[in-house]
Design a protein around this ligand. Structure first.
Ligand SMILES: [Zn+2]
Length: 424
């Protein structure tokens, strides 16, 4: 490996490892990334870099250079709740079990190296986005932020879309850990599912469970019948659509000696295909409504659109491919995988040519209590090289950027996005 950027990244590896330890030890849940933000800015300041755009609790960005092409690079900053992770915080039991702290270090390192060693004869600009709240968790807190007007939607990128933070960006590059792999790998063109967060409240009528059950309407029975109907619907799910319906009973009744008058079924409906997501969600609504009616109960259905499926720009991934091949060779490239997981990068991919490459070098289970960085070469150095070499390719070939944009078909515009989320 002999490229200019590869050498710079390798030389920077000891610093990256120190930063990895720092950020791994300050895990914070979404919209609470106070220490993380402070530390990123403190470290950026040592390189004389300052915030260009502040998005408050949604994050911030730093821009280098000016004009077009304008490339966006993005890191997530938040942790998730894993109480039994050895590094879990006292507040919220937050831990970096999804490796978002690696993204923070990768972006900060890319930013530092790019600022110092970039080819100043190349025209164009790069904006580095440090974004809050990717994990869809801690919803009670987020609802309180919504009520106060501090956020409009539950994730950082979703709010940045509403703020039109990516309006001037031509293409967006991001990355995410692949978890544990048997050999060094880079993943290109992977798909993520979209999901709807669904809450069904079943309403019945309370009565004495032993003396007068005939005078009550059992909301728990309505829920059980609905769950059975959903189970029977599963034979209509097509494998290619990668549908998951995972629900839990978050309220089972009020008192053990009374017929339950209110129960709640809550969870996600997921699919990789936006159309089938809509169709399955409607079928579940019908099942809930009619199963409730069959037993004399009623139900209220509340849907919150979660994240939309990630559809990556294939032509933008092709810019990364030769550099990825150089780093991990053909046997290390994982191409066109589809996953059940979801991420708010999916929402971004509807508007702008977007990629999220995967990198190896971690051990343990993603979202598990044994998740750690294992090999810094794979989890830090390789992604930084990939970013820096791709930036150079894109800035030195503006026609390529125009072609990537031309081949991109937006799935949605901002008006439709707001409509989906019931935002005026
Ligand atoms: Zn993640």
């Amino acid at each position: 490996m002999s490229s200019f950027w590869a050498q710079k990244a390798i030389d920077f590896e000891p610093t990256m490892k120190v930063w990895e330890e720092i950020f791994f030890k300050i895990p914070e849940l979404g919209f609470k990334e106070v220490l993380t933000r402070k530390k990123v800015l403190e470290l950026a300041h040592t390189f004389n870099l300052k915030i260009t755009q502040d998005y408050g609790i949604n994050g911030f960005s730093i821009t280098i250079g000016e004009g077009y092409p304008h490339i966006g690079l993005m890191a997530e900053m938040d942790a998730l709740v894993v109480p039994d992770h050895p590094n879990a915080s006292e507040i919220d039991h937050a831990a970096h079990a999804c490796g978002h702290h690696l993204q923070t270090v990768i972006l900060l390192s890319t930013l530092s190296l790019y600022d110092k060693y970039r080819n100043r004869s190349l025209k164009g600009s790069v904006t580095f986005y440090f974004v809050a709240a990717e994990e869809y968790v801690d919803l009670q807190y987020r609802r309180s932020l919504k009520e106060k007007g501090s956020i409009k939607l539950f994730s950082g990128k979703q709010n940045l879309i509403l703020e039109e933070a990516f309006k001037d960006i031509d293409v967006i590059l991001s990355c995410h850990t692949m978890g544990k792999t048997s050999h060094p790998m880079i993943e290109l063109n992977s798909k993520l599912s979209g999901f709807i967060h669904k809450t069904i409240t079943f309403n019945g009528k309370s009565s004495h469970a032993a003396v007068a059950p005939h005078l009550g309407v059992n909301a728990l029975n309505a829920m059980v019948l609905t769950q059975n109907a959903i189970a029977l619907l599963r034979e209509t799910f097509q494998e290619k659509d990668m549908i998951r319906v995972h629900l839990m009973n978050s309220l089972g009744g009020q008192s053990i000696n009374a017929v339950p008058s209110k129960t709640i079924l809550e969870g996600y409906v997921r699919s990789i295909n936006p159309e089938s997501l809509k169709r399955v969600n409607e079928a579940i609504d019908q099942a809930a409504i009619h199963c409730s009616q069959a037993l004399g109960a009623t139900c209220d259905i509340h849907d919150e659109p979660g994240y939309l499926p990630l559809i990556q720009s294939e032509s933008l991934n092709e810019v990364l491919r030769p550099h990825a091949l150089e780093l991990v060779s053909q046997e290390g490239i994982l191409d066109h995988q589809a996953g059940f997981a979801s991420g708010d990068i999916g929402d971004v991919s509807l508007f702008i040519p977007t990629i999220q490459f995967g990198f190896s070098g971690c051990k343990g289970l993603v979202h598990g209590s044994d998740f750690y960085m294992d090999k810094s070469q794979e989890a830090l150095v390789n992604p930084v090289i990939l970013y820096l070499e791709s930036i150079d390719d894109l800035l030195s070939n503006p026609v390529k950027v125009v072609e990537i944009k031309k081949s991109f078909v937006p799935t949605m515009n901002l008006v439709e996005y707001k409509k989906l989320h019931h935002i005026d």
